[in-house]
Write a protein of this length. Structure first.
Length: 335
């Protein structure tokens, strides 16, 4: 006989799987009348709770944490966000937590707004969203899952939950100032400003440094590095700057490729800086001067926030900014 799942009970009663799970765990958010219906249906259908019973975990038991990454961040490469998840999963094991990752498909994120199947099957106690996803999807996820959530490298004032972000604004401001200190003043920014909050913050950090130095930025020197579908690519401007300030190391790699193809040398002719200190698997190390994000500090802070939410429901939540440091390499020339 096939084992009865929470999803079977949910389908019979016309409620969500999360509601069934919460009712059987004795969690808040389920009316007593509905809780009784769920318990009765579970009994009639022959539902068997997992070994040890279905109950709210305490600090001595392992928490199940779901991680969610948007498909567009993983489509082509072993990306920065995948490395963040790996760091997160490794630390979770040390903290006696189990993790399951799900890749959020574009169709689900933008149109169908479906809960990831992995989350329905594993019923996570908490969720870590890694990278920016559509705010409409987050609203749905918060409403239906009703578990603690933390956002890594993404924050939105509307959600106002726990979040951990890199110091994108001041980090990029420092990278721009670095070029000024090297005698470079005519600078371009590379990054699709409207693609994510992180790129927007880095652009604003770049502009802060430029304005503070009383420098203007021609429109052609704000260069996109991806289209609306996330396809990567850059085009050099007609009039070249002295340096390119790139929103990430991958964009810096693409700029250097374009410069070499056009007959320029980096850094002898034009300097290039990146952000993240992340080299794609299989790519050669070009020695790009960059701003290194402290990934370990980010995931540790995020996991600690989730565990605190689980142990102390209703605690005050906040957005925490994690600073990094400049890594001098070989892509900048002092004049």
């Amino acid at each position: 006989m096939q084992k009865v799942r929470l999803a079977d009970i949910a389908q019979k009663l016309g409620v969500s799987t999360v509601t069934v799970h919460n009712a059987l765990c004795g969690r808040k958010g389920v009316s007593e009348a509905l809780r009784e219906r769920i318990l009765q249906a579970a009994s009639e259908m022959g539902y068997e709770a997992p070994a040890g019973g279905v109950k709210k975990k305490d600090a001595q038991n392992a928490w199940n944490i779901g991680a969610l990454i948007a498909e567009n961040f993983l489509a082509q490469y072993e990306t920065y966000y995948w490395k963040l998840y790996q760091e997160f999963a490794k630390l979770a094991v040390e903290k006696n937590c189990n993790t399951v990752v799900d890749v959020l498909k574009k169709e689900a994120e933008r149109r169908t707004l479906e809960i990831p199947q992995a989350f329905l099957e594993t019923e996570p106690d908490a969720i870590a969203v890694i990278g920016e996803i559509d705010i409409r999807y987050i609203r749905m996820l918060k409403s239906r899952m009703q578990v603690p959530m933390v956002y890594i490298d993404f924050y939105n004032h509307e959600i106002a939950d726990d979040a951990v972000v890199a110091d994108n604004f001041y980090g990029m401001c420092q990278m721009t100032e670095l070029l000024f200190e090297c005698g470079l003043e005519r600078l371009a920014f590379v990054g699709s400003v409207d693609a994510s909050a992180s790129i927007m913050d880095r652009y604003l950090g770049f502009m802060r440094a430029m304005i503070a130095r009383h420098r203007t930025v021609p429109p052609e020197w704000v260069i996109r590095d991806r289209d609306e579908m996330g396809k990567l690519g850059v085009e050099l401007p007609k009039h070249m700057p002295q340096g390119f300030v790139c929103n990430c190391d991958l964009a810096a790699e693409m700029v250097i490729d374009k410069l070499e193809a056009a007959g320029y040398r980096a850094p002898e002719d034009i300097s290039v800086v990146g952000f993240d200190n992340f080299v794609l698997k299989g790519c050669r190390e070009r020695g790009i001067t960059t701003y290194e994000i402290d990934r370990k500090a980010m995931v540790k802070t995020a996991l600690d926030k989730l565990i605190k939410q689980l142990r102390t429901p209703g605690r005050k939540q906040s957005c925490q900014i994690i600073s990094g440091q400049i890594r001098w390499k070989n892509s900048v020339r002092k004049i």
